[in-house]
Write a new protein. Structure first.
Length: 307
């Protein structure tokens, strides 16, 4: 059981409602609490007329924000009466507040789109800033109908052999163990020659199968070995493909419980770098996305918590 709460940004939007639901489920699995945060922009001065939630026309921003938080707490207690929930109201930028609080949080959870105090948490802007700067894993929740896929009900993780990829693997194994589901490890490889700009073209099948595929499969197996020994209860699938990492992870995310990426990776071809692969996955994955930072307070080589 962790003593750190799960922090969730909340503004009353459908996206933040989905983030709240995910945070409550994750807190129940970990035996921890949830902290619900709402931020009001600094440019809305006290006393300025503000159209708050339905039924509160003319309320000041702070009062409307408090009412939004109250709605969130009521919803949280209805969804998870067994989870301890507290609230925090801040005036200022949502991203800065979430990043500052991340040091005392197990996970930060945000919706992919928001309104009001979290309107800047749009994919490609402040939401990505939180994923870049937070000192714990950040989970971005997408709303809408989840598409079915071969990895349905599993945790998907990108593996490239970097140190940060090892941290992402640890987080993914932990999630799979806690949820009692399988894990699919995706290792996408690219050839320095065949994938170079200006050359193009698929590597010949014979070369791909006999030269690259075997080496890349061995690299994936080596990366997984430690975690499979430490967490033997997790069913692991290994997926090695000649493809761009983002394309492979987005395809594998269909129907998945969660896709996990590191914020950056080993090199320019196989990197999981926020702003490239992670940026693309957060934008286009078909399920929630966890971005694991190199400063996450987790010890490498430590086994995942057991459910």
């Amino acid at each position: 059981m962790t003593s750190k709460p799960i922090l969730v940004g909340y503004d009353g939007s459908d996206s933040s409602d989905a983030a709240l639901g995910w945070a409550l489920d994750a807190a129940r699995l970990r035996g921890t609490s949830v902290r619900v945060m709402h931020a009001e922009p600094p440019f809305l001065a006290p006393g300025l007329a503000f159209a708050g939630p339905p039924g509160t026309p003319g309320d000041t921003p702070i009062r409307a924000g408090e009412q939004t938080l109250a709605v969130g707490l009521v919803r949280a207690r209805r969804l998870a009466p067994d989870v301890t929930v507290d609230r925090v109201m801040v005036t200022g930028g949502a991203a800065a507040a979430l990043v500052e609080e991340s040091g005392e949080s197990e996970i930060v959870v945000v919706g992919s789109r928001g309104l009001g105090g979290f309107s800047e948490l749009l994919l490609g802007s402040t939401g990505l800033e939180v994923a870049s700067r937070a000192t714990c894993p950040v989970v971005v929740i997408r709303t809408g109908q989840l598409e079915p896929g071969p990895e349905g009900g599993r945790v998907v993780v990108g593996v490239d052999g970097s140190a940060l990829s090892t941290e992402a693997l640890g987080f993914a194994f932990e999630e799979a163990s806690l949820r009692g589901c399988g894990l699919t490890a995706v290792h996408a490889w690219r050839s320095p020659y065949f994938d170079a700009h200006g050359r193009g073209g698929q590597a010949p099948t014979l070369i791909a199968d006999e030269v690259f595929q075997g080496e890349e499969l061995q690299a994936l197996q080596d990366a997984l070995a430690l975690w499979q020994q430490k967490v033997p209860d997790v069913d692991v699938r290994q997926y090695v493909v000649h493809s761009h990492p983002a394309r492979a992870l987005i395809a594998a995310s269909a129907g998945a419980e969660l896709v996990v990426v590191g914020s950056r990776g080993r090199d320019s071809l196989r990197s999981v770098l926020l702003g490239s692969v992670s940026h693309a996955v957060v934008h286009h994955a078909h399920c929630p996305v966890a971005v694991v930072r190199p400063t996450d307070a987790k010890s490498l080589g430590q086994p995942a918590r057991q459910a």
